[in-house]
Design a protein around this ligand. Structure first.
Ligand code: FE2
Ligand code: FE2
Length: 336
């Protein structure tokens, strides 16, 4: 429901609107696209949803490069389906961002010009087929920890997109873990390949939750707005506690000498990732940043003729997308 301005309010219309907005959030209800919202809330959401959408699309690249090198038809079909799911996630999220008044074109341009970011994890290379399993297990696993609470985020279209996305992310995590368990039942060489992959991806996976809470200045405001429901460190802890028994069942070692169960806290103590490396990757100096963005830019440029043709077609048939013609066929009914 749109919020109606009451001009007689003594507090002034802006304060009144703000109070109503906060009341919706405090009762854990959703803000919808046509509702009044503070500009800063809109900007925060555009940034977060866009960054999330870009991560899904850029995240197709590290795995997409292995589709043609999958070791069997079964593995190829699984990986292809997984990478296609990520494209779908990107599209739901760009659609959610559009309800905030930004176009997909603007967001893509912001990505390829470097003004908007995507998750730091996708700037690391994939060096073996074991990485397909490790990404599913750890990277999609970390994504699930981040995203399950977002199903209850305050902005309606974002929360609803997340519900669908999370169902698919849990399939991704299982398929990754299943690939690793298969490799661990194989040869010594395959087991070594899995361990080497886990050694490379463990720390970058911990970085996916963002900087420590005391270096995350936007967290408090995002929590007050119901955009975020848990802090970075809370989610990182949850991920570590979830991963330790899974690593044990798999038979791999997590590369952290400080990782130990803390009976008093009922949680694991663990070491800190190399935050200097994290900030370098965020600044664009990770191993694959330039390659990832160049690849995305090429795909966007190569697709220009498709966008132009679609617009020309829409202009030609009056923008009905062919529906009017379908309705005029011999049955006199639309075919869909
Ligand atoms: Fe995804
Ligand atoms: Fe995924």
């Amino acid at each position: 429901m749109p919020v109606v301005v009451e001009p007689e309010s003594q507090a002034g219309p802006e304060a009144e609107l703000e109070a109503r907005f906060q009341a919706v959030i405090d009762r854990k209800d959703r803000i919808e696209p046509r509702d009044w919202m503070p500009d800063a809330y809109r900007r925060t959401l555009v940034r977060q949803v866009a960054q999330h959408a870009h991560s899904e699309i850029i995240g197709m690249q590290p795995e997409g490069g292995w589709i043609g090198r999958a070791p069997s038809l079964r593995r190829k079909a699984i990986l292809l389906a997984k990478v296609q799911d990520e494209a779908g996630h990107g599209l739901y999220l760009y659609s959610a961002a559009e309800t905030l008044g930004v176009s997909r074109q603007e967001l893509t341009e912001a990505l390829i010009s470097g003004r908007q970011k995507y998750s730091s994890i996708f700037n690391y290379p994939t060096l073996s087929y074991a990485d397909m399993g490790t990404i599913g297990w750890l990277v999609d696993g970390a994504a699930i920890c981040n995203q399950v609470p977002l199903c209850r985020t305050s902005f309606g279209p974002y929360g609803r997109a997340m519900i669908r996305i999370c169902k698919e992310e849990s399939f991704h995590q299982r398929q990754g873990y299943e690939l690793l368990t298969t490799m661990m039942r194989g040869t010594d060489e395959q087991r070594a390949m899995v361990q080497e992959s886990v050694d490379r991806f463990w720390w970058p996976s911990l970085m996916m939750f963002g900087p420590p809470d005391d270096e995350s200045p936007n967290t408090a405001q995002s929590m007050a707005w119901g955009v975020k429901t848990h802090t970075n460190d809370e989610l990182r802890q949850r991920f570590v506690d979830m991963s330790v028994p899974q690593a044990k069942a798999l038979g791999v070692t997590l590369p952290d000498p400080d990782l130990v169960w803390n009976e008093e806290r009922g949680a694991h103590d663990f070491g800190q990732p190399d935050w200097a490396e994290f900030w370098e990757v965020v600044k664009g100096n990770g191993p694959c940043n330039a390659q990832r963005v160049a690849h995305r830019k090429k795909a966007w440029d190569d697709g220009a003729w498709v966008r132009e043709a679609a617009l020309a077609f829409a202009a030609h048939d009056g923008g009905t997308g062919g529906a009017a013609e379908d309705a005029d066929d011999t049955t006199g009914k639309a075919t869909t």
